[in-house]
Each structure stands twice: as C-alpha cells, then as structure tokens.
Design a protein around this ligand. Structure first.
Ligand code: NAD
Ligand code: UDP
Length: 313
C-alpha cells in the first residue's frame, strides 16, 4: 500500500528546486529529483542524497521520462539571462520539449503538474503592477526571447493539455526570487551585488539603476508552490508568486552595501537589450486563492543570503 506521495521535481538540483525538494522531504513525501546539472549542482542536494526517500536522477527533460509519480513540479530551465542566453536554442527546447514530455508523463500517470512559469511572460510590461490578465509586451526576436517565448509556449501547452486531455495543471508565474543557493556566477542582480560587496569590488549597475524589481525570499516562494499544488482541480492559475515590495536596482545596491558594511562603490554599465524597466507583481489572486503572501522582509532575506555567500569570497 502506498502511503507517501511520490513527487517528481525537474530542475531539483537548482536554486529553487533544491529548496523545494527539502520541503517536500520534510513533509514526508518520496522525492525524485531529475536534473541535467546544467546550472544545478549535487552540492545543492548534498544533504538529501543519503535520505532513503530522496532519489537523484541525471536526465535531460527534452528526452522522454518514464516514471510513476503522483505530482510533478516542472522547474527544469536555466533562469538567469547569462545561462539561458548561453545556448538559446537549448533553452527553448528545455521549455517547450520539456513541457511536452512532462505533460505527457502527467497524462499517462494521471499526475497533477505545476509549471514554474515566470514574470518574463509579461516582457517589458506596460501595465504596472502586473496582474495575471495582462498579456505582456515581449520582443519575440530579442536575446531574452528564448526564455520568455519558451515559457509562454509552455503555458500554452499546459492549458491545451488541460483542455484537451484533462490534465490537472497549476501554473505559477514567479517573480524575482533570491536566497541561499543562488548560483554564484549566474549574473543575477542579488548574487552579483552581494558577492561584489563582500569582495569590496565595484557594484555593477546596468543603466541608471532606476529600473525596478520586487524581490521574494526563497522560503516564501516555496510555500506558495506548495499551497498552489494543494488547491482543488478547478484552480489552474496562472497565479503570480512574488513579493509586491518594489525597489529600484540602485536602492538594492545601496542596501546591500550597508548590510555588508562594504567599501564598494557604484559603477555604471550599459543596460542589456530588452531589460524590463519595471516589474512588480499584483498578488491579489494568490492572496485570495492560496491565502498566501510573502512574510520575509527584504532586510532579513538579504542577511541570510549574505551569510550564505560569505563562503564564496
Ligand atoms: P536554476 O538555474 O538554479 O535551476 C534550474 C535547474 O534546471 C538547474 O538545476 C538546471 O541544471 C536544471 N536544468 C536546466 N535545463 C535542464 C534540462 N534540459 N533538463 C533537466 N534539467 C535542466 O534556476 P532557478 O532560479 O532555481 O529556477 C527554477 C525555475 O523557476 C526555472 O524554470 C525558472 O525559469 C523559474 N523561475 C525562477 C525565477 C527566480 O527568480 N529564481 C523567476 C522566475 C522563474
Ligand atoms: N542588474 C544590474 N547589475 C548586475 C546584474 C543585474 O544592474 O550586476 C540589473 C539588470 O539589468 C536588471 C535587474 O538588475 O535590470 C535584475 O536583473 P536579473 O538578471 O537579476 O533579473 P531579471 O532582469 O531577469 O529581472
């Protein structure tokens, strides 16, 4: 008799995936982590590898996967611009073929499946803050398109499998999330600024630093994932998961300098093409359907992240 839920986490050795695997194991599930270790590492899941209820499998989601599971969290995809632009064709394949393979698996074994979608589906948004009904402003041929359009197509596939094959789907649109186990070289703003501050190097502001983002601490986000997966079959999303406290990137730099006591100065670099000028989630839907909102203030989350990155200096 099966007592534990069997949960598949694709991209489980990555930043978000490794935190999710930990929470799922702590909650008494059997967890299968599938990852090709493109940006994830075995170190991220090191503490779980000896747990008999945890299994790590090296596999690329662009190839079919035959396993028996009850739930699937589909996180496999490089998430930082540096990594997803390294091999843009592979990025689109990961999102699109990965979604087809995981949805096909969900259909065959009748599993519930959650897609890690992204605020990037809104592109450089004209509506602000972004609600789920906003259809976005994405450049389909720019350097970010492999990621943005790949994720948009994955959402399309999720809803078509739901309508056509009655697959039970959940779509989370994740906004900028940070915390321990972010990849130290992924070029994302929090990891870059924290490492630069700890090393006493200049803090690289792209553009004027007036572009805004809203930063969610990883523990809050994972709680959102679990609540979303726990909703009834009538709720599919898409639902925004993110912290609605918006700040300019320059202010983030100043706060990190203060928290680290760093002597770093600010240097200005060119703004990358298609870099969104503003981004902030409207989380009204998440509050009403999931009873969810972030609880970790930016300062608390940054302190924990800074402590994690001290080992890399
Ligand atoms: P990450 O790069 O740390 O994790 C992605 C994981 O997927 C890595 O372990 C990587 O090795 C694995 N992977 C990549 N391609 C694969 C493939 N073809 N087959 C199997 N595994 C593969 O990134 P993350 O920040 O943990 O993001 C996880 C998911 O959440 C991604 O789908 C990302 O698009 C989404 N997301 C993250 C954020 C954020 O702020 N962190 C924001 C929006 C969306
Ligand atoms: N950014 C920056 N300096 C850096 C890294 C990023 O000013 O060293 C800016 C980047 O141009 C963007 C914001 O910070 O406006 C967030 O960048 P990130 O790559 O973390 O995520 P995304 O652009 O996908 O939100």
């Amino acid at each position: 008799m099966q007592l534990r839920k069997r949960v598949l986490v694709t991209g489980g050795a990555g930043f978000l995936g490794s935190h999710l695997c930990e929470r799922l194991i702590a909650a008494g599930n059997d967890v299968l982590c599938v990852d090709n270790y493109f940006t994830g590492t075995k170190d991220n899941i090191g503490a779980l590898l000896t747990n008999p209820h945890f299994e790590a499998m090296r596999q690329d989601v662009t190839f079919p996967l035959y396993v028996e599971v009850d739930e699937i969290f589909n996180l496999a995809c490089p998430a930082s611009p540096i990594h997803y632009q390294f091999d843009p064709v592979a990025t689109t394949k990961t999102s699109v073929h990965g979604a087809i393979n995981m949805l096909g698996l969900a259909k065959r074994v009748k599993a519930k499946i959650m897609q890690a979608s992204t605020s990037e589906v809104y592109g450089d948004p004209i509506e602000h803050p972004q609600t789920e009904s906003y259809r976005g402003n994405v450049n389909p041929i720019g350097p970010r398109a492999c990621y943005d359009e790949g994720k948009r197509c994955a959402e399309t596939l999720f809803f078509d499998y739901h309508r056509q094959h009655r697959v039970r789907i959940k779509v989370a649109r994740i906004f900028n999330t940070y915390g321990p186990r972010m990849h130290p070289n992924d070029g994302r703003v929090v990891s870059n600024f924290v490492l630069q501050a700890l090393r006493g190097q200049p803090i690289t502001l792209y553009g004027s630093g007036s572009q805004t983002r809203a930063f969610c601490y990883v523990d809050d986000l994972i709680e959102g994932f679990l609540r979303l997966m726990g909703t009834g079959d009538d709720f599919t999303g898409p639902v925004n998961l993110g912290n609605p406290v918006e700040i300019p990137v320059k202010e983030l730099a100043e706060r990190i300098i203060k928290l680290t006591g760093s002597s770093s100065t600010l240097v200005y670099k060119p703004l990358p093409q298609d870099d969104p000028t503003q981004r902030c989630p409207d989380i009204t839907l998440a509050k009403s359907k999931l009873g969810w909102e972030p609880t970790v203030p930016l300062e608390t989350g940054l302190k924990r992240t800074i402590d994690y990155f001290r080992a890399f200096v």
